[in-house]
Design a protein around this ligand. Structure first.
Ligand code: 2PG
Ligand code: MG
Length: 394
């Protein structure tokens, strides 16, 4: 039974104030941090300023104390009622942290086992090597990502990403093309989107890694046009579709996230018909069960990003992932650009059997997620089951 809940202000990797909560039961204290996005979609639940959210807790905690932490769905239902429309009354940042801390309390920190006792597949980390867009950089495309589909174990999967990231570092420094790292620890390269893709695909190939992109197209969609500043190009919807299709073919991209803005189900569906690639909706679905149902109906892509804080409750994020899987969509669990050492998403990815975990490569807040995958790998090894890398179906 939940005995007490406390919260304190904390800071994320971007130096913004966020919050950390602790839930107390008879065994001790269990904590979680709220992550924070920058390229936030319109359909995400509402977050509150951390200072305001901290003032909400004393008002609502009476309703949560006394609940059974193991009934995590009831705990989340209570938060949903208290939060009202889009969780606006309590803030999705506060509700996410509470929801995660409660599951930690329910499971005595063995989150993945509690959520899925049969789990034994560990996701491939999908890491951001070069960045741009809202996270900082020269390209309009927000993230140039890699993963190693041939990795035999979690160690190899992590090392390949680091090899690519380090090779990129070497060449960029040597040629004077870099100006540093952005919000997610990805390199900022002084080149346009095409040159960046030319560059990263060669290095990735050398290490057997596949390349993907998060275009985050909604961030530069203005009055009916996609505006690529570094390429000095403007595309309407049809031109954007052709452009993305060509990028997938030319660079053999295995993963494309948010190629269109957050309301364009139709273009997602058309692109999916034309290419063999994982087409993932982030801002399009916002981890929302109703939006993924619409997406399945319209065949708007074949993948969905799962970010618990987009919907503000872990149980709802799990529900969205389950609906997605049943509808033939691949769930990809993801960090936010503003992160902390909290690695809850690693457990979540294992529990829902997501084949990919988008978690960055470098920076303590990113490494925390892959280090947790190693612990999980080892934890599975200690049971009768053998840990395995997830099955990639695309
Ligand atoms: C995204 C995320 C994480 P943010 O767009 O996928 O990379 O960015 O957290 O800023 O929304
Ligand atoms: Mg995204």
């Amino acid at each position: 039974m939940i005995k007490d809940i406390i919260a304190l202000p904390s800071y994320n990797s971007r130096g913004e104030q966020t919050l950390k909560v602790w839930i107390m039961n008879k065994s001790g204290f269990y904590s979680a941090y709220a992550p924070s996005g920058k390229s936030r979609g319109k359909w995400e639940a509402k977050t509150l300023d951390a200072k305001k959210a901290l003032k909400v807790l004393p008002r609502i905690k009476k309703r949560l104390i006394g609940l059974k932490e193991k009934d995590f769905e009831i705990f989340d239902d209570t938060l949903e009622k208290l939060g009202g429309k889009n969780l606006g009354k309590i803030g999705a940042n506060l509700s996410t942290a509470l929801s995660m801390a409660n599951i930690r309390a329910a499971s005595d920190n063995k989150v993945y086992k509690f959520l899925n006792p049969d789990a034994r597949h560990v996701p491939f980390p999908l890491g951001n090597v070069i960045g741009g867009g809202a996270h900082g950089g020269f390209t309009s495309i927000q993230e140039f990502l890699v993963f190693d589909p041939k990795a035999k174990d979690i160690f190899q999967a992590i090392e390949t990403n680091f090899k690519v990231w380090n090779d990129v570092r070497k060449v960029l420094r040597l040629k004077g093309f870099t100006v540093g790292r952005n919000d997610e620890g990805a390199w900022i390269m002084r080149k346009d989107d095409f040159k960046t893709l030319d560059f990263i695909t060669k290095i990735a190939e050398k290490h057997g890694a596949k390349v993907g992109v998060d275009i985050a197209a909604g961030e530069f969609y203005k009055r009916g046009k996609y505006i690529y500043h570094s390429l000095k190009k403007k595309f309407n919807s049809g031109e954007q579709l052709e452009f993305v299709k060509d990028l997938i073919k030319t660079y053999k991209l295995a993963y494309v996230e948010d190629p269109f803005h957050e309301n364009d189900f139709k273009s997602f569906s058309e692109l999916k018909k034309k290419v063999k690639c994982l087409i993932v909706g982030d801002d399009l679905f916002a981890t929302n069960p109703e939006r993924i149902i619409k997406g399945i109906d319209k065949e708007a892509g074949n993948g969905i990003l799962i970010k618990p804080d987009q919907i503000g409750l872990v149980s709802r994020a799990i529900l969205t992932a389950e609906i997605a899987k049943r509808g033939g969509f691949t769930p990809v669990v993801s960090h936010r650009s503003g992160e902390t050492e909290d690695a809850f998403i690693s457990d979540l990815a294992v529990a829902i059997e997501a084949p990919l975990l988008k978690c960055g490569i470098s920076g303590t807040e990113r490494v925390a997620k892959v280090n947790r995958l190693i612990e999980i790998w080892n934890g599975i090894k200690g049971t009768k089951r053998k840990p395995q890398m997830a099955k990639l179906k695309f």
